[in-house]
Design a protein around this ligand. Structure first.
Ligand code: PRP
Ligand code: URA
Length: 256
């Protein structure tokens, strides 16, 4: 318990440090006009490109209509997926251009990749990911949060009972929101139970919270989380503050 409390304090200190340095870092970044920037501390990567912030601003705005919300989420997802997949294996191939023979690198066709959207909102990131990552397997994970307990409730899971060579598979779990971390925890655990290595799991989200990060890194210290923003906290209803509201409702225009 003491050890956990100490780890907890360390993680929180680390998170506070990351969120505090973000703005200064972005200023530097704008000056340097670098393409995609990531602040990488252990396994949390906050992608803070100015365009990410621009589109995040549109997502956060309560007056953004669903079609614009989806379009901005799509753009953010491209950056997130490119960052999340930066360590995929490549292989060398001979190619003949119209000018001469040359050597290129392509994604290793033997690299097994699973993209796993958490329904519903994860579909929006996955629709981008499946266009960028060749030959990935898509595994839908159906869960919703119980409104009172905020615990995830499973309603769809068609993962096969066993996976071939699971230790070679890279998994990208997609969900715009990491709030309490309950849904992400369930999703990650189901893959680890099938023999996927923790270090081969990447959770891709648009917004995360200190509470969610703490839950995931405590349980799965070797995973990677790629995000556009580390927000301040959860409110009493376990919504992210400042957040963007209910991601699924805003994507699919189902808000009451
Ligand atoms: C949202 C979100 C995540 C979950 C995050 O989904 O898309 O899946 O909540 O919350 P957590 O970190 O506290 O588990 P929701 O349950 O609202 O379902 P929906 O996508 O179908 O709207
Ligand atoms: N799920 C959402 O869609 N938004 C939140 O703020 C928290 C959970």
């Amino acid at each position: 318990m003491v050890e956990y409390t100490m780890k907890r304090s360390l993680i929180l200190a680390l998170l506070i440090c990351i969120s505090c340095t973000q703005t200064r870092h972005n200023d530097k970044l704008q000056n340097k006009k670098i393409g995609i920037e990531s602040r990488n501390n252990s396994s949390l990567v906050v992608v803070s490109h100015p365009l990410m912030q621009h589109f995040l601003c549109i997502l956060r705005n309560r007056n953004t209509k669903p079609s614009d919300f989806r379009a901005s989420l799509e753009k953010i997802s491209e950056f997130l997926i490119i960052e999340a997949t930066k360590n995929l294996h490549t292989t060398v191939v001979d190619v003949e251009t119209p000018i001469e023979k040359t050597i290129c690198k392509c994604i290793d066709p033997n690299q097994k990749i699973i993209i796993a959207p958490i329904l519903r909102a994860g579909i929006a990131i996955t629709s981008v990911a499946e266009k960028i990552i060749p030959d990935a397997v898509i595994q839908f994970l159906g869960m919703y949060r119980n409104e009172k307990t905020h615990e995830p409730v499973w309603y769809y899971n068609k993962l096969p009972a066993t996976l071939d060579n699971p230790s070679d598979i890279k998994v990208f779990i997609c969900d715009p929101m990491l709030a309490t971390g309950g849904s992400a925890y369930e999703a990650i655990k189901i893959f680890l139970d099938k023999g996927i290595k923790e270090e081969n799991v990447t959770f891709v989200c648009v917004i995360c919270t200190p509470e969610g990060l703490e839950k995931l890194f405590h349980a799965f210290p070797k995973i990677t989380i790629v995000t556009a923003s580390l927000d301040r906290k959860l409110n009493e209803q376990a919504y992210i503050v400042p957040g963007l509201g209910d991601a699924g409702d805003r994507i699919f225009n189902t808000a009451k």
